[in-house]
Structures are given as C-alpha cells and as structure tokens.
Design a binder for this molecule. Structure first.
Ligand code: HEM
Length: 145
C-alpha cells in the first residue's frame, strides 16, 4: 500500500461524521437481527406446543356419542374406548389415541377397541392410579347408554 492510498483512506474516513455513529448503525442492525431471530425461534418453539395442546382430548368440548360413532375409532392412530366411570357409574367415552404407544400393557388396550372395555380396564393388572390417568382422555359420554 502506497502512502498516497493511506492518505486517501484517511480522507474518506474523515467524511464519516463520528466514529460512534459509524459503529452504531451496524451494531443496531445486529441487535435488530438478533431480536428478530429470537422472536422467530420462540414462535417455532411455542406454535407446535399450542397446536398439541389444542389437540389433546381435554381441550375438546365434552359431548354425547352414540355407540355406533365410538365403534368407528378402532385404529392404532385413532382409538376410542368406553369405560364405566367408577364413581358416577356413567358410561364415558375416551380418546386414548395419544396413550396407545405408552400403554405398558401393549396391544391389550385394543381388546375391546371402539366398545365397552370396562371389564378389561378394571382387571387386576391396573393399579387404582389408572382411574385418574384415563380421565385425561375423556371426550364425553355414551348418549344411548
Ligand atoms: C381394554 C383396555 C385395557 C386393557 C385390557 C389393558 C391391559 C393391560 C395389561 C395386560 C397391563 C399389564 C402389563 C404388564 O404388566 O405386563 C396393563 C398395564 C397398564 N395399563 Fe392397561 N389396559 C387397558 C387400557 C388402559 C388404559 C385406557 C389405560 C390408561 C389410559 C391403561 C393404563 C395402564 C397402566 C398405567 C399400566 C401399568 C400398570 C402398572 O403396572 O403399574 N390401560 N394394561
């Protein structure tokens, strides 16, 4: 680099009003970009959770179902069960789809898929705590019970 080039660069630098001003703009841009990225990341994390939350049966409006309607849901990715409530004695409908893969008893959960499985559910294999657990999946009651 020639002394003349250096002199020219120095002359150009003198046109920048002040060093803090020259630095501020890129820093402000970096902060804005950082804040935007953080917001975007937050949106990406929060959105799927909200979607999952609205899909859980508990968020659904409880209503009555006919046995025919319940009987349509017998698949691994769509399993409904009817269980007589231990205290109220009412026949309730449960969408246990989300629980199928976690069931410690495996495919036994399908033994009365889409129908009344109270007898199997109240078997000796289940501790009393499953009564609370299953309520998470309640979507309503049997209309024609
Ligand atoms: C037709 C209905 C069902 C049948 C026949 C059934 C059957 C079984 C069987 C055979 C086991 C024993 C697994 C083992 O120890 O090797 C078991 C365990 C278990 N099931 Fe079910 N199940 C049914 C529905 C459900 C539902 C709807 C839930 C909850 C939403 C549930 C929760 C559990 C839990 C938590 C265990 C582990 C119990 C323990 O050892 O502490 N089951 N089930």
């Amino acid at each position: 680099m020639q002394p003349a080039d250096l002199w020219q660069q120095w002359e150009q630098l003198k046109h920048v009003e002040s060093l803090p001003d020259a630095l501020l703009l890129p820093i402000a841009r970096m902060i804005a970009a950082g804040v935007l990225s953080a917001l975007l990341l937050l949106l990406l994390i929060v959105r799927p959770q909200t979607q999952a939350a609205t899909n859980t049966p508990k968020q659904r409006e409880q209503r009555g179902y006919t046995r025919e309607e319940v009987a349509q849901h017998t698949a691994e990715d769509d399993l409904w069960l009817i269980i007589r409530h231990k205290t109220t004695g009412k026949l309730q409908v449960y969408d246990v789809t989300a629980y199928v893969e976690h069931h410690p008893g495996g495919d036994a959960i399908f033994s009365n898929a889409g129908a009344d499985c109270t007898a199997g559910f109240r078997g000796p294999q289940h501790p009393p705590t499953v009564e609370d657990l299953v309520e998470e999946y309640c979507i309503g009651w049997v209309e024609d019970a």
